[in-house]
Design a protein around this ligand. Sequence first.
Ligand SMILES: NC(=O)c1ccc[n+]([C@@H]2O[C@H](COP(=O)([O-])OP(=O)(O)OC[C@H]3O[C@@H](n4cnc5c(N)ncnc54)[C@H](OP(=O)(O)O)[C@@H]3O)[C@@H](O)[C@H]2O)c1
Length: 196
Amino acid sequence: MLKCSDTTHTLGFEHQSRSELLSSIIIAAVGRNRVIGVDGRLPWRIPDDMARFRSLTTGHALLMGRATYESIGRPLPDRTTIVLTRQRGWAADGVITAHSLDDGLALAQDAGVDCFIAGGAEVYSEALSVADRMELTEVHSEPHGDTFFPEVDWGRWDEVARDQRDGFDFVSYARRQGRSGGIRQIVLRTWQHLCR
Ligand SMILES: NC(=O)c1ccc[n+]([C@@H]2O[C@H](COP(=O)([O-])OP(=O)(O)OC[C@H]3O[C@@H](n4cnc5c(N)ncnc54)[C@H](OP(=O)(O)O)[C@@H]3O)[C@@H](O)[C@H]2O)c1
């Protein structure tokens, strides 16, 4: 007999990432050449993109690598800031630290909020296999840069919305659900609901 304390492993979802239990959303602004950063900062200044970032992420968790956090320099208001670092002694005021992506996602889940994964390159690379949505600002230029968004297997993603602007598009992608994947999600979510 299953109990609510049973893990996803017991339920037969061991191959399914823990992060699939919550909404984990990659958020990034990406050039046509996949550039996302240069010299530790953004290669552009797009006020509408910053406004959209604020609007989408407010009230939720922001999960980011230590370098991205240091380029911002402070926790952003009205959001739970979770910083990934492998340095056990690293800390900053107003910030929660996590030492692995899974731990960071679990902290957001414990806080009961969606988790926006805000880069940089290393974090995006790891998160691509577990995120269920992507909110991308596709910038219509090829700036010089030293940090790149990972190659995406677009066969695994559906474009669900596109808002064309002057010089960039806001594009929403959802992970494509296989038939069995969809059924697994329904069973898992029903189980979680019953355990509330
Ligand atoms: N265009 C955009 O939307 C966007 C978004 C974000 C960032 N950026 C740009 O990207 C650049 C920074 O990105 P980056 O790739 O250099 O660095 P980053 O991913 O922000 O940070 C890398 C650091 O994060 C920690 N980390 C990463 N994965 C981890 C894991 N699985 N477990 C524990 N710790 C982990 C490590 O910190 P420790 O070294 O402390 O162990 C690692 O050195 C900047 O130029 C920034 O402006 C652009």
